[in-house]
Design a binder for this molecule. Structure first.
Ligand code: SAM
Ligand code: SF4
Length: 323
């Protein structure tokens, strides 16, 4: 299944942002002073989201990821997940979360049919965590990770955005976790959305070199990674190490995804300003056929490569698109 785009890529993956709201304030995602939330009426209702997901799955999408903002701050998310699970044809249903509310919801999410969770954690030090997120919820996140494990989510992926001079001294501490746990530790290259902000990019090459000098041997690439991460393992480790190199080694030629924003726009790429307003269409009485055509148009508009080259000015922060 899947839907072929104009470059022959097979698009099978829809990332659905259910809210722009978040209980954290990570500055790389939500620039200071830019936390004006979408008005409530502009957010797609669960019925509208489900309609779009059903149409997309019927057209060939097989993977759904729920994201935000912080998805778990939206009320009544569990019944929504259970409804998605009932849609025939979805092979993989996952969520990206900051983990702060997972200890409350992990078991319910598992029971509702969520397959996997990715949890974001950029530091293992509480004081640093408080600075990065501007919130004091480090312990809640650690409890959330534990709850996800206990609920049976596997594999647990930890997303670590590597930021020069901010958490670069913790690369080895994070990698050590792959010996202690069966987690996939995913080092994500910082993406600079706003040219005014300091560029905190640390290239994957440099991260790998640091890890390879840690005394655990050389990272061995694992076959069959399906997604943006290239996955490696240290000999003898339980878990693995992933690298997401959107900035220096973009993976656009293998891209299989499109996005739906919480305010009802289909986007062919995270790093493009092109979007199609399906909320307006739906609310004006469009048929499923019309909506499916919009989805196909969005996929057809996927460009060969993203615009993270410093020339494009992005209209949305990450929290407004869904990472
Ligand atoms: N709130 C959830 C969370 O933090 O996991 C889900 C939404 S968040 C926008 C999704 C992912 O985007 C997180 O892993 C976050 O670290 C990543 N992200 C946000 N801004 C980024 C940036 N400028 N560069 C790289 N990754 C970024
Ligand atoms: Fe919130 Fe996630 Fe963005 Fe941090 S990265 S501000 S947790 S949406």
């Amino acid at each position: 299944m899947g839907i072929i785009d104009s470059y022959g890529r097979n698009i099978r993956y829809l990332r659905v942002s259910v809210t722009d709201k978040c209980n954290f304030r990570c500055s790389y995602c939500m620039p200071a002073g830019n936390t004006k939330w979408f008005p409530e009426r502009e957010i797609l209702s669960y019925d509208e989201l489900l309609r779009m997901i059903r149409i997309a799955v019927k057209a060939g999408i097989t993977k759904i990821r729920i994201t935000g903002g912080e998805p778990l701050v939206r009320k009544d998310l569990i019944p929504f997940i259970a409804e998605i699970r009932k849609i025939p044809g979805i092979q993989d249903l996952s969520m990206t979360t900051n983990g702060s509310l997972l200890s409350q919801y992990a078991l319910q999410l598992k029971k509702a049919g969520l397959d996997r969770v990715n949890i974001s954690l950029d530091t293992l030090r509480e004081d640093r965590f408080n600075k990065i997120t501007e919130r004091s919820m480090f312990r809640q996140v650690l409890m959330g990770i534990k709850s996800a494990e206990q609920a049976g989510f596997t594999p647990i992926k930890l997303n670590v955005v590597v930021m020069n001079g901010i958490n670069t001294d913790e690369l080895i501490d994070f990698a050590r976790l792959s010996f202690e746990k069966s987690y996939e530790i995913r080092f994500i290259e910082y993406m600079q959305f706003n040219s005014d902000s300091r560029n905190l990019l640390v290239p994957t090459k440099q991260i790998k070199a640091t890890l390879n000098q840690a005394g655990w041997g050389t990272l061995v690439e694992q076959p069959g990674s399906d997604g943006p991460a290239t996955v490696f393992r240290f000999p003898g480790s339980q878990g693995s190490i992933g690298f997401i190199s959107a900035t220096t080694e973009h993976f656009c030629n293998q891209c299989n995804r499109i996005r739906l924003t919480a305010d009802g726009r289909l986007k062919p790429c995270l790093l493009s300003n092109f979007e199609i307003d399906i909320k307006r269409k739906m609310r004006a009485g469009a048929t499923d056929f019309d909506i499916e055509n919009r989805l196909r148009l969005c996929i057809w508009q996927k460009s060969a490569q993203h615009g993270l080259d410093g020339k494009e000015v992005f209209q949305r922060g990450m929290f407004q698109t869904g990472g």
